[in-house]
Design a protein around this ligand. Sequence first.
Ligand code: NAD
Ligand code: UGA
Length: 470
Amino acid sequence: SAAEKLSICCIGAGYVGGPTMAMIAKQCPDIRVTVVDINQARIDAWNSDKLPIYEPGLQEVVEEARGRNLFFSTNVADSIRDAKMIFISVNTPTKTYGIGAGRAANLEFVERCARMIAEHSDSGHKIIVEKSTLPVRTAEAVKRILASSARPGVSFDVLSNPEFLAEGTAVEDLLAPDRVLIGGESRDAVQTLVDVYGRWVPREQILTTNLWSSELSKLTANAFLAQRVSSINAISALCEATEADVDEVASAIGTDSRIGPKFLKASVGFGGSCFQKDILNLVYLCEHFGLPEVAAYWEQVVQMNDYQKQRFTRRIVKTMFNTVSNKRIAVWGFAFKKDTNDTRESAAIYVCRDLLEERAKLTIYDPKVGIEQIKSELAYVMQNDPARYGGDVEKLIDENVTVADSALAAAEGAHGVALLTEWDEFKQLDFQKVYQSMQKPAFLFDGRNLLHHRNLTEIGFEVHAIGKLC
Ligand code: NAD
Ligand code: UGA
């Protein structure tokens, strides 16, 4: 069959390209899958024992297929030439310059992919799959670039196949997705991709739509998910003012089958590379299409998230007698959620930044994130406005940020602890020991409502959580 002769190339070996292609290669041993990237270090890591991203179960999936039918390479040109199906899985960050700065998606990497594909495709027909999250109607631009620069005799179909995996659960999500979404115009091309996923995903869970619905569904899904978090976080502020308990409210409303129990966990704020970027992208699109009311509606989701992050820091400062200057605060967790080493847009970055502005001294512990990554995230957000932090941002960070190699070590001698990522290991700590090693009163700010607050209060901690009194 056609599927047996299929060979796949994926451009972009990141959080999406790597795991997604590893799963396709594992499930389809007869399909040759090559993942290419311009980042040599990243490709080297994919070919080593220490993969560039941490995901539970990923190592096993990669090891099963790598060298058999899964390959990682920097040879973009040859891989494009040899493949019948090419996934575009490059980053689509928020534009930082020019028209739409701070909102629109930067599509330069996607366009470069389209041009490389046209340049290196020397015969026959190829199926191009948009795997990156893209503004609705991007496929139109991709098609035009391909058509206008294709060599004679070479033709292309373009499909949209957005990815819905969440970090930390990528392998589970890829193994048993709620659905796979494929948008396209050519029935044959759509069927070819349906047949790939059909090897392990039940046919009724593979949805096929037109191109634009598929592109727009991805942005919409992320907007709805983020909106749920901002909605419960908004209610958490009201809970703090009224003695209602946000976790009780969440379970009470979550039993309504129309609302559902998932994604209602109040927190210090959502992070990750996509929610904010994708909502801002949606906002920009709405404005572009002359729909300012729709744009303003969705923009509130991001504004509420910023408010939640700021509110948390202000609460720390206020509680600790209105000053954290020269006090040591232990920060537990820096990743944007548990079970990932990803720190992009993590709420921890903004909380730490604002604490540094208040001249606190931070000792940070995260089981998967190292000092270099922490410092570079902080420097990146502080460099925009160095005056706010007294001028020399690098120096401020070097002098006031250290990392510890355990949660206990971070807390030793600290005036307060801020828990910012819900790592399981934080639940298992010897809190008696933590308490003894801290300055008194021992403040603990649980930004994830992760811990057993009554036990902590009994030990002697002064506990502050999200949306409840402790
Ligand atoms: P990433 O930054 O981890 O990976 C992108 C990779 O593409 C990088 O390694 C980069 O070097 C490479 N690249 C860029 N331009 C290239 C080029 N011209 N040739 C070859 N390689 C190139 O990004 P990611 O997190 O994997 O996200 C990729 C896309 O998937 C984004 O559009 C994102 O919105 C979307 N997405 C991400 C997630 C997630 O959980 N991270 C989930 C669903 C969708
Ligand atoms: C999210 C979506 O869940 C994926 O479907 C999507 O593919 C992906 O974005 C993407 O497009 O990049 P991800 O960002 O990896 O996945 O992780 P989530 O589990 O969605 O968490 C996002 C943020 O929201 C985290 O900071 C998390 O801690 C926070 N969150 C989540 C809450 O604060 N409360 C919740 O109830 C749920």
